[in-house]
Design a protein around this ligand. Sequence first.
Ligand code: NDP
Length: 621
Amino acid sequence: MLVTYNIAVAKLSLEITVSATTPSGQSDNEALREKYQIERDKRFRADGAEQYMEPSGRFADLADDPWVGDVDRDPVTDDVTVALIGGGFSGLCTGAQLQKLGVTDVRIIDGAGDVGGVWYWNRYPGAMCDTAAMVYLPLLEETGYMPSKKYVYGKEIFEHAQRIAKTFDLTDKALFSTQVTSLEWDDASSRWEIKTDRGDHFRARFVAMGTGPMTRPKLPGIPGIESFKGHTFHTARWDYDYTGGDWGGAPMEKLADKRVGIIGTGATAVQCIPGLARDAGELFVFQRTPSSIDVRNNHSIDPDEFAELKPGWQSEWLMNFATLQMGGFTDEDLVKDGWTDIAKRIRDRAVEEMGKTGSEFGPALIAKAYSDSDDEKMNEIRARVDEIVNDPATAEVLKPWYRQLCKRPCFHDEYLQSYNVPTNHLIDTDGKGVERIDETGIWANGTHYELDCIVFASGFEVHLSHTADYETVGRDGLTLSEHWAEGMRSMHGVHVHGFPSLFIEGLSQGARLISNITHNLNDAGKSIAAIVAKALEADATQVEVTEEGERAWMELVDSGPEALLSSPDCTPGYYNNEGQLPTPADRRNAGGYPAGPAAYFDYINTWRSSGKFEGLEFLDD
Ligand code: NDP
């Protein structure tokens, strides 16, 4: 059972929460606005997120774990102090923060065969994080690790996840290749009862859930998809047995005589297409909407400069990055990347406009600065396509015609270049997508492309508020689905009234810093660890947010700008629920601290360090 609290597809906000409003069309450049609208309308589909399908039938095993064999062990029936559901960076960071405060009796439970979360599953060639490693990789100072490059590959990120687990002894009690099937609060014993698909039935005094917003691969519901007789796989379960090569970037020599098709040109496809173009006999890229590809400029980290960093440097870098994302001011830009570039442009333009015209700082000014900066940035991105791609017709269809933050911005120095490889064929569908699939290949634009293999780079079901494969049953039998029927309700995005000693770890209703997800997770981990340590010290049997604490926080979240959603007039995609109008529940799920991520981190730091934990009740018998 997949339990998606609130809505089928929740919306993510803009990657950079630079503005209090999403400008909808304000610009001097009406021709550009019109072009964006035409391109958006071409792609809008009434079936929205329903156009995708869950893997079933011939694809039923698509989400199986290719990285570990069968796991055989006896069921576990014991008591732990803290259960961490999810062994990605949320579980790892929370485990590490608990360890630091002396809470060592923790158990990670994860369906994967190891820690790492998305970095466990996504081993496609070229997988890399678009956020700079100095801020993306958590706990660098604690683990004494220097990232190899400004942006690091997935393998290095996975190894860092393992490093955290090892440094903080987080795997002794862990249950991997194990899905939680039920989570139920027992008020009499003040414990959570946890059952799994391996027959485990154990109890935990506290539970933290970091189940991630993008864990289930989805497929495009293309007619005939099941009829294809060749090989298929999803990027989240790359089939190296079929392709040859490995995660470290070795050539996929088994593709040398193969005709490979790939469906999708989102952030994942952008990263794996250069490797496929290099190694496949012939590659056919089926494009519905081009991604925006900005420069990456990756480089090695200088060990001498790294050695000079003072203790506490990572917190400083994190706050510097978060502050610049909100258009704030800092003495310098420590990360200096595409995320901070666009945010600084908007900020500086707004300030310049105020100086020039005496305009007041506010949503209208920011909206204008946003729109102008975005036009400038997107013109640069389109010009870059012309500079790199040799064939003018191919270059033309690789140009994105939408505001940069309508879709996930990409940064790459080999993607556009790969279209100069003669065996890489871009099949642009002018927004229509693949027509159908038959036994031997793909139909697009009325032409049949015969293929040996189809790679689905079609993304994931995206849920922001909270997703789990099980139901969570709190006090008096109340389920989380019921409590959140009209949208997520919480304090800090972490504490939910009626669900004692339970902590949710995600992005919503807290900082919502989407350009650096691990910052949110590690920070939540610090709060959870502090609360658990205090509860243990005080011998409290339960910790729960009061009804009033949750209500007041929701009032605060609701007072914030709804504009943090990528607006429906953007070209469709999962950022804007495929262009469908947001419901009130969607808005709630996408809400965050009104003053933005940096302000939230300041606020929560004060809240946590005060030791008062206002809004929470520590109960004893
Ligand atoms: P996406 O959902 O972003 O992309 C799916 C792709 O499939 C889109 O290009 C979509 O086109 C295309 N598609 C869907 N149906 C069809 C069809 N019928 N015909 C042709 N094309 C079709 O998934 P990704 O896996 O690329 O990325 C998911 C997210 O994962 C990213 O947005 C990002 O948040 C994260 N990620 C992060 C990375 C990082 O650096 N940290 C790296 C990679 C991914 P259309 O655009 O028209 O809908």
